[in-house]
Design a protein around this ligand. Structure first.
Ligand code: FES
Length: 91
């Protein structure tokens, strides 16, 4: 696998009307920005991308590692960073 193919994908979907559970309401955009800073500081070769709803809104923010990576539910800076490090080590 080429390293450039690795991605961490953030759902940034909002679900109107306001109040519906969604990743954007739960801070996914801020998590994405924090993750971007983390991968740059750590010099990790992984792309940051956005996604529409991944159908896991109740447990968001939802993040997916690709290719063939795991979903991260209730994502936060700590569990995203830990998952990225493990994903890069095995890919
Ligand atoms: S809004 Fe993110 S999974 Fe649905």
């Amino acid at each position: 696998m080429q390293k450039a193919q690795r991605k961490v994908i953030f759902c940034i979907n909002e679900r109107p009307p306001v109040g519906q559970p969604s990743c954007a309401v739960r801070g996914s955009r801020e998590l994405m920005a924090e993750t971007q800073r983390f991968v740059e500081q750590m010099n990790i070769d992984i792309a940051i991308e956005t996604s529409v709803c991944m159908g896991r809104c109740q447990d968001g923010p939802t993040v997916k590692l690709a290719p063939r990576g795991e979903f991260i539910q209730d994502a936060n800076a700590g569990n995203i960073q830990e998952a990225i490090i493990k994903f890069v080590e095995r890919s």
